[in-house]
Ligand binder design. Structure first.
Ligand code: PAF
Length: 283
C-alpha cells in the first residue's frame, strides 16, 4: 500500500507543512531532484528514510544551471510517474515550486561557489553550472531547513560543492553522499540516459569499464599519467569524445601526482553522439 505524499508548491504552504512535519521534533531529510526519477533517486530516498523521520523530495528543473545551449527545454519531465514512485516509497512531502516561486520577478542574488567548484572539471565545460546549483540548493536548504540532505555520488563535484557551501554558510544541514546506482552492465543511472540511441546505449558502459581498468592499474602501482592515458584511450576507441578523464583527490578534487596523494577519485565526462555523460569511481 502506498501513501500519497503531500504536494506543496508555494513557500507559505511549505512553511505550514513543515510546522506539521516537525511536530515532536521529527528530523527531516531532503532529497533535491529535477524529477525524471529512476532507481538511483529511489536509493537516495531510501537512504534519507534511514537517516530521518520525515523525507521531503524536491522536484524542480532549475533553469539557472543550464546554459542557453543546453537541454533545459527538453529535459525529461515525468511528473505522474515521479509522484507514483515517491508514493510507493512513502515520502512525506514533494516540494514542487514553479520557476516564478524560486526566481520571482527582480530576483538578483546568486551564490558563487569556489574551491571544489573551480577544480577545472565540470566547471571548465559548464561554467554557469555550479553557480546555478549552489544558488538553488542554497534556497532549498533555507526553505526546508533539513537536518540531512542526500545527493548522489554520480555528480561527484556537485556533491563536494554543495557540502562545502553548506559548511561555509553554516546552513546547519549534514550533506550525505549516496553510492551511484548502476545498470547491470555498469552504466551509471541518469535521467539523461533516455537520450541515448539503442546503439549508443550498447557503447555507454565503456566509460565504467575504462575507469575500472585505470583504477586497477593505479592500485597495482602504475603511475597516474600512464593509468589515466590507458583509460582515456579505451573511452575514445569506444566512440566517445572526451571532455575530461582525470584522477583527483577525492576530498579537495585537487590534481594528484601519485596514488600516495590520495584518496583518489577518477572522474570522467564524455559525449556519445549528442548525449553528455559523467561518471566517477573511487580508487
Ligand atoms: O543533481 C540534480 O538533480 C540537480 O543538480 C540538483 C541538485 C537537484 C539542483 O538542481
Amino acid at each position: 500500500m502506498s501513501r500519497s505524499p503531500m504536494i506543496v508548491r508555494t513557500v507559505p504552504a511549505l512553511r505550514r507543512a513543515l510546522d506539521g512535519l516537525r511536530a515532536r521534533k521529527a528530523t527531516i531529510a531532503l532529497v533535491p531532484t529535477m524529477g525524471a526519477l529512476h532507481d538511483g533517486h529511489v536509493s537516495l530516498v531510501r537512504l534519507a528514510k534511514r537517516r530521518a523521520k520525515k523525507v521531503i523530495v524536491s522536484i524542480f528543473v532549475n533553469p539557472t544551471q543550464f546554459a542557453p545551449t543546453e537541454d533545459f527545454g527538453s529535459y525529461p519531465r515525468t511528473w505522474k510517474a515521479d509522484v507514483a514512485r515517491l508514493a510507493a516509497e512513502e515520502v512525506d512531502l514533494i516540494w514542487n515550486p514553479d520557476v516564478k516561486v524560486m526566481y520571482p520577478e527582480g530576483f538578483a542574488t546568486r551564490i558563487v561557489p569556489e574551491g571544489p567548484a573551480i577544480a577545472g572539471l565540470e566547471d571548465r565545460f559548464r561554467p554557469h553550472f555550479f553557480g546555478g546549483v549552489a544558488t538553488v540548493v542554497g534556497k532549498l536548504f533555507t526553505q526546508v531547513r533539513p537536518d540531512f540532505a542526500i545527493f548522489g555520488e554520480k555528480d561527484f563535484q556537485q556533491l563536494r560543492v554543495v557540502a562545502r557551501m553548506a559548511g561555509d554558510l553554516d546552513l546547519g544541514v549534514k550533506v550525505i553522499g549516496s553510492r551511484t546506482v548502476r545498470e547491470r552492465d555498469g552504466l551509471a543511472m541518469s535521467s539523461r540516459n533516455v537520450y541515448l540511441t539503442p546503439e549508443e546505449r550498447q557503447v555507454a558502459p565503456a566509460l565504467y569499464r575504462a575507469m575500472k581498468e585505470s583504477a586497477r592499474r593505479l592500485r597495482a602501482g602504475d603511475d597516474v599519467e600512464a593509468a589515466m592515458a590507458g583509460g582515456a584511450e579505451l573511452i575514445v576507441k569506444a566512440g566517445f569524445v572526451l571532455d575530461y578523464y582525470e584522477a583527483r583527490h577525492a576530498e579537495t578534487l585537487a590534481p594528484v601526482a601519485s596514488v600516495k596523494d590520495g584518496p583518489l577519485r577518477i572522474l570522467v565526462a564524455a559525449k556519445l553522439g549528442k548525449t553528455r555523460l559523467i561518471d566517477n569511481i573511487g580508487v
